[in-house]
Design a protein around this ligand. Structure first.
Ligand code: F6R
Length: 613
């Protein structure tokens, strides 16, 4: 949430900042701004409401500066206005901020007695006022003193008017990654902004101060001790964070799913031999995840937000079926406030694409503090959740830029399948032959997804029927219910059509009253064991005039009068149908948003990587 970038070096700062902001825009896009040191004029600030392209139009071509900071905002405190856009300046201090300063009101009152009054409604400007009030020429001392007064989460990049070409940074809770290159020093909230300059980067530790100069990034503790930085390397290249000929990132990321799954599954397959036979089984030795993690467990809790939580719902079904251990799935923002019962025999699995979601991170910290075992399924290497979890299973989906998560979701599903198979095998609850067979079936979903992608035009017809809808329902049972939750969030977040997901058997307990003639119902009926029940539920909505879109298995016998559209999934065993069905639902959501003329990649009010609570 909120994209931030700082650069000092030998290139034109405006070019680096604007390119960086364009790549970080998915983190927030209601307003944007930059501040640059310019010769003679000191710090020049340019801000605008709207997208980075609107800011770009205001930045003079000849803005001569080689040091500056830039911000793209997702509003929390204060509406969308030029005043509330970052950077904020108070006296000597100009800063950009990602996060929330929780005690900003009391600080504002306190600082007003020093003659400083804010011009914006933001908590961020109060942080600028605080640092300025503590600044007497030593940036390090002022920042170190300021952070002892700040409550909440923050990542700051700070310019001091009398210290040209230097950028000071500090973070707590919100991410910052940095790299030193021949063209200068760069820091940003996400690696995608650094990719065009370097594949090597380091994650700034919490509560240390980085000082960026042209040729170095010095990191020191609050007490002034110099620290070494551990560099990480990404395997992505610049093109993995570009559209590569697709109209939208979301469309591209949907099409990247076969590769994302291959990258997530294949490195975990290891040849085992038993009684002279060879078997390919999931194995996490290379991930550093030992089988002992799964031994002696009495309970698993999966906690995450949004789409990642929906992947967790599928994980619950898999663990309970194969590992035969009770599993609960909790929304992270609820889990952390419900005083959960945790012990050393509980495994808490957190799931996050970004690895920075504030509520998921807090849930993980709580789990660790209460002595539970922790495992995280994370996409972004070196992210906070990955670093703070006892064990990490990286999905290798590559950078996900569209706000609506697609390839990260199916990669998270793959992770759950692999972990469920391995843990059941390790605990002696799944025979080796069975484990090998399921693992083979999982690998084959890659081809099945390719078959679905080849049929993408077929689903456009369905979207044409949905564009005028104002309400829509997804129904399903078991795995199909877990998937209907994901289908529904995907559709509503990018099409703005109100949508709900329902366990099909639950409809008649209230929701059926909302089914009026022509209300679209997307019925997921991919599970043969509950097909007959599902057909009864479809009859219930059909009898009330629903416009039924059926997603089912090829061999499912369902009377044609019960649906308006039928999508047959490629043949897989029921257990693996969520992968192909998910892609169908993603394509329907994508096409509907596109046909409604909406901003598919950057839907209103949302942002990727939710680093505020
Ligand atoms: C929906 C979506 C969100 C995220 C959620 C968690 O398409 O992307 O619901 O899944 O904000 O984000 P991560 O996975 O980064 O923790």
């Amino acid at each position: 949430m909120c994209g931030i970038i700082g650069f000092t070096g030998y290139e034109r700062a405006k070019d680096v900042l604007l390119a960086g902001l364009a790549s970080l825009e998915y983190r927030g896009y209601d307003s944007a701004g930059i501040s640059c040191f310019t010769k003679d004029k000191g710090i020049t600030t340019i801000k605008s409401v709207g997208k980075v392209s609107e800011l770009k139009a205001l930045v003079p071509e000849d803005l001569a500066s080689t040091c500056g900071i830039g911000h793209t905002r997702w509003a929390t405190h204060g509406g969308v206005s030029r005043e509330n856009a970052h950077p904020h300046t108070c006296g000597n201090v100009t800063l950009i901020h990602n996060g929330i300063i929780e005690n900003y009101l009391s600080l504002r009152d306190e600082l007003s007695t020093t003659g400083r009054s804010p011009v914006s409604d933001t908590d961020s400007e109060i942080a600028a006022m605080l640092i300025d009030s503590l600044y007497t020429g030593d940036a390090h001392t002022a920042i170190a003193a300021a952070v002892t007064r700040l409550e909440g989460a923050y990542a700051f990049c700070i310019l001091f008017a009398d210290q040209p070409d230097k950028i000071y940074c500090i973070r707590k809770g919100s991410p910052l990654v940095a790299c030193q290159t021949e063209m200068g020093s760069i820091i940003a909230s996400d690696m995608v902004a650094l990719l065009r300059y370097s594949k090597d980067y380091f994650v700034l530790e919490e509560n240390v101060i980085a000082c960026l100069t042209r040729d170095a990034i010095e990191v020191t503790t609050l007490e002034g001790k110099v620290l070494a930085s551990d560099y990480l390397t990404v395997t992505w290249d610049v093109s993995s964070a570009q559209k590569n000929g697709f109209k939208h990132y979301m469309e591209k990321e949907i099409h990247e799913q076969p590769d994302a799954l291959l990258r997530t599954i294949t490195p975990r397959l290891v040849k085992y031999s038993e009684s002279g036979e060879f078997y390919m089984l999931p194995d996490f030795t290379a991930d550093g995840i030992p089988d002992t993690l799964f031994l002696g467990l009495t309970r698993i809790i999966i906690t995450a937000c949004g789409t990642a939580m929906h992947a967790g719902m599928m994980g619950k079904i898999l663990f309970e079926e194969f590992l035969r251990i009770p599993v609960t799935v909790d929304i992270a923002s609820e889990f952390r406030y419900q005083n959960p019962i945790l012990d050393a025999n509980t495994l808490v699995i957190t799931v996050s694409q970004s690895g920075e979601t504030a509520d998921t991170l807090a849930a993980l910290r709580l789990a660790r503090s209460k002595g539970a075992r922790t495992l995280s399924i994370v996409n972004v290497k070196g992210s906070s959740i990955a670093r703070e979890s006892e064990y990490v299973f990286y999905t290798h989906a590559g950078p996900e830029i569209a706000v609506a998560s697609t390839k990260a979701y199916t990669a998270q599903l793959a992770a759950f399948y692999l972990i469920a198979f391995r843990s059941a095998f390790a605990c002696g609850r799944m025979p080796i032959e069975q484990c090998a067979k399921y693992t083979e079936d999982l690998s084959s979903v890659v081809l099945s997804i390719e078959r679905v992608l080849e049929r993408r035009d077929e689903f456009k017809t369905i979207s044409r029927h949905l564009i005028k809808a104002s309400d829509l329902f997804f129904i399903g049972r078991g795995m199909d219910y877990a998937l209907s939750c994901e289908g529904s969030i995907k559709l509503k977040e990018i099409t703005y059509i109100h949508s709900e997901s329902y366990a099909a058997g639950e409809l008649k307990h209230g929701t059926l009253s909302l089914i009026a003639p022509d209300v679209p119902v997307i019925a997921l009926a991919t599970q043969h064991d509950v097909l007959a029940k599902m057909v009864s539920n479809i009859k219930e909505v059909r009898a009330r005039g629903a416009f039924v879109i059926l997603v089912t298995a090829k061999d499912a016998v369902i009377e044609p009068e019960l649906y308006d559209f039928r999508i047959d999934l490629p043949e897989t065993s029921d257990r693996f149908a969520p992968f192909t069905a998910a892609v169908v639902l993603q394509l329907i959501a994508y096409n509907t948003s596109y046909l409604r003329g909406l901003d598919v990649d950057q839907p209103r009010h949302l942002a990727k990587s939710v680093t505020v609570e």
